[in-house]
Structures are given as C-alpha cells and as structure tokens.
Design a protein around this ligand. Structure first.
Ligand SMILES: NC(=O)c1ccc[n+]([C@@H]2O[C@H](COP(=O)([O-])OP(=O)(O)OC[C@H]3O[C@@H](n4cnc5c(N)ncnc54)[C@H](O)[C@@H]3O)[C@@H](O)[C@H]2O)c1
Ligand SMILES: [Fe+2]
Length: 396
C-alpha cells in the first residue's frame, strides 16, 4: 500500500518536471506594528499627493482611519475618501468609486479595510482606464484579454486578517440585481506595496476576528490540498495553518500584538498559497453570500469541517501533514476534522448551517449555485451537484 502510493507520487513528480510552470509571488510587503505610518512618506517619495482612500462606511468611522487621514494631511497629501460600498460589494459601488476618483482628480488609490474594501479598490483601479462594461473583464469569460491599459498606482492596507486580498490580483464583485459573484483578475491589479499593520486589527470585534480567521484557515487548507504541482505554495500553506492554529483562539478571546501579528501574516500567506487554487469549501460558501448575504468568512467557517471530511479519503498523507502543522496528538485526517469543529466552537462560530438561516428548502438552489461556482474545479476530488446537496444536507 505504502509502496504503491510512493510510486504514484514519484510518477506525478516526474511528469511534472517535463512541464514549464510559472510561479508568481506578490507585491512588496511592509509588515509589522506601525507599518501604516510609512504611508505618507511612501506617497511623497513616489510623487503622489492625491490618493483616493477606498474603504467601507464602518472603517471610515474608526479612530485609526482618522489618524491615517491626519498623518497624510500632515504631509500635505490631500486624501479623498470613498466609502459607499456594500457588505458584499456590487458593480455600482465600483462605478461610484471610479466617478469619485475622476471628479476629484486623484492620482492613486489606497484600498484600506477588509476584503470588501480592498476588492472594490482593486476594481476601481481597473475601471479608471478600462472603459468596457466592468463584467466584460470577468476572468471566467476571458475578460483579462481586454486589460491592456495602464492602471493607477495602487496600495493596500488590510484591516482584517482573513481574505488576504491585499496581496491578491483579483476582485470579487457581485452583480447588482442577481448578486452573482464575478471575478476580475489580472496581474496588473496587484498592489505596488502592501502596508500590513497588525495594530489596525487590535480592536477587530471577536465575531469578525473569528469569521475572517476561519476564512484565512480555509484558504491555507484548501490551497494545500488543491490539485496541481506547487510546492512553494504548499510550504507557505502549511506554515499558515500552523500560525493560525496557534493564534486564532487567542486573537478572538484575548488579543495581543503577537496573536494579531500571526493572524495577519497567516492570512496574507493564505492568499499567496491560494493562487494554486481553492476548492469545495469556497464553492459551498459563495452561494450563501450570494443568496443569504452571509459574511464570506462565516460561510467558510461552517462549511470547512464538512468540506475537509469530504476530501479526506485518498488524501491521507496531506491530512497527516496538516495534523502535524496543527500539532495534533493523533496525526490523522479524522483528527483534523474533529479539530476544525472544536476550533469553531472555541471561537464561537456556528457548526450548523441552520444556525445561519439556511432552510431545507434552500438546498436545491444552493446546490445549483455551488456547482456553478468557479472554485471547485481545483478541488483535489471532483465535486458533483449531488455531492453539494449531500454536503449542505449534512451541515444543515
Ligand atoms: N480578492 C480576494 O482574493 C478575496 C478572497 C476572499 C474573499 N474576498 C472578498 O472579501 C470580502 C470579505 O472580506 P472580509 O472578510 O475582510 O470582510 P469585510 O471586508 O466585509 O469586513 C468585515 C467587517 O469588519 C469591519 N472591519 C474591518 N476592519 C475593521 C477593524 N480594523 N476594526 C473593526 N471593524 C473592522 C468592516 O467594516 C466590516 O463590517 C468578500 O466580499 C469576499 O468576496 C476577496
Ligand atoms: Fe475566502
């Protein structure tokens, strides 16, 4: 048994060595307490003086956001704030942001906030010199071929530790009417520099900390088991899992700089790792946001143990490595799944879909949407519509 597995693995790697692959790694990252204090000097050094700060309405009211504006003003940098974005951002948010950029003659864009704010900022970056309908640029219909023009200077400042959107090259924006999530993707949309300052997350409420943290864990785990040969991403993902495992519960229940810092770097690592691909859990989660407006991280948190249970058989070696990264006594896939349920409980995340408003009559529609989702093709195992139905039913 062991020998057969060994031979299969060897053959795969031999085959892989005959293919030329491209491995991309992200922008310059300034990481650490007070990193955001470097923002004004960075703008000045690059001859930029008129940033559009793209954020959400809640972050726009927080003390640290005011401080960022003050620090910019102190360097004679005129910051215009655009915060008109929805919880699950839609196309009209992006178009309004573009209009604000043009009307106030901005010279660069800073996405500061959670994944929603940074995604809108990235989509605004695209929309400034690209004048087709926004969803013509949808990556899934080959829209990246139209991304031909220059884009404004773009900076990201994450204030949650979850999506890792700060280092990403994609923006997830929903249609206004159907709420279907569309994906805009292009290497030009990578930020020129990321200021990742864990101090900005010190007062993140426990619920958001837990939901975003479970999103980050889902990224690392799904990337680690995703199909494809990418040992660099695999290594990053395992370390990301380890960091989240040792810091999420503390970050939720008794936050300090160490736990906040570990969560911030691990969420960023998850997004680096998931360029390899995501999987069944994200496909289960996306329809919940589209259909019930569930927060993205919360939707992943509930589905993660069930999705990993689905992936377990045949992937025992990979699960053993994850169990080891999680420092579990029993290094098996079953122990990993049990640990995920336990983690959800420790950070007060629900373990059943019924607790977040899913009803039996939703399952058919959710299964259709999940099957149509763009994430599960990179899941290590094929996922059928019937599998989605079984998984939703099990999690109900
Ligand atoms: N581009 C990508 O690669 C990618 C990947 C995964 C998810 N996403 C997208 O990201 C979004 C989810 O992002 P998220 O999980 O960061 O949630 P979010 O951006 O919706 O933020 C969650 C909540 O936390 C608040 N908040 C943010 N920072 C805070 C702070 N420092 N203190 C207090 N409150 C704060 C926000 O106002 C908001 O109410 C979804 O739209 C999802 O589709 C993008
Ligand atoms: Fe995610």
């Amino acid at each position: 048994m062991h020998n057969t597995q060994h031979t299969t693995l060897k053959t795969t790697i031999m085959t892989d060595f005959n293919i030329i692959r491209q491995f991309n790694f992200p922008a310059i990252i300034r990481f650490g307490a007070n990193a955001v204090k470097e923002l004004p000097a960075h703008l000045a050094a690059n001859g930029l003086a008129r940033p559009l700060l793209v954020t959400d309405p809640l972050v726009a009211q927080l003390p640290f956001f005011n401080q960022v504006k003050k620090d910019l003003e102190a360097k004679s940098i005129s910051a215009e704030v655009f915060s008109g974005i929805h919880k699950n951002p839609v196309k009209s948010d992006v178009l309004n942001g573009r209009d604000a950029y043009n009307a106030t003659q901005r010279d660069c864009i800073i996405g500061i906030g959670g994944g929603a704010a940074m995604d809108v900022a990235r989509a605004v970056v695209l929309s400034i010199n690209h004048h087709r309908d926004l969803f013509d640029y949808d990556d899934l219909i080959g829209g990246d071929q139209y991304v031909t023009e220059a884009v404004p200077y773009f900076i990201t400042v994450p204030t949650t530790s979850g999506t890792g959107s700060e280092v990403g090259r994609s923006a997830i924006i929903s249609e206004d009417d159907t709420h279907r999530k569309r994906i805009l993707f292009h290497p030009k949309l990578i930020a020129k520099i990321v200021f990742a300052d864990p101090l900005l997350t010190m007062d993140l409420p426990p619920f958001i900390t837990a939901a975003t943290g479970m999103d980050a864990l889902t990224h690392n785990m799904e990337a680690f088991v995703a199909k494809g040969f990418h040992p660099m991403c695999d290594g990053i993902a395992l370390e990301g899992i380890s960091l989240i495992n040792e810091s999420l519960v503390a970050a939720v229940n008794k936050p300090d700089l160490a736990s906040r810092s570990k969560m911030m770097i691990a969420s960023l690592m998850g997004a680096v790792a998931f360029q390899k691909g995501l999987g069944v859990v994200h496909s289960l989660a996306h329809p919940l946001s589209a259909f019930l407006d569930t927060h993205h991280g919360l939707a992943n948190a509930v589905n993660l143990p069930y999705g990993m249970q689905f992936n377990l058989e045949g992937l025992e070696d990979k699960f053993r490595k994850m169990a080891s990264a999680m420092n579990l006594q029993q290094q098996t896939g079953e122990a990993v799944v049990r640990h995920l349920f336990e983690m959800n409980k420790q950070v007060n995340m629900p373990v059943k879909l019924s607790a977040i408003g899913v009803k039996p009559e939703h399952i058919e529609t959710l299964s259709d949407l999940a099957f149509a989702d763009f994430c599960h093709p990179s899941n290590p195992k094929p996922v059928s519509r019937a599998d989605f139905k079984t998984l939703y039913t099990a999690a109900l």
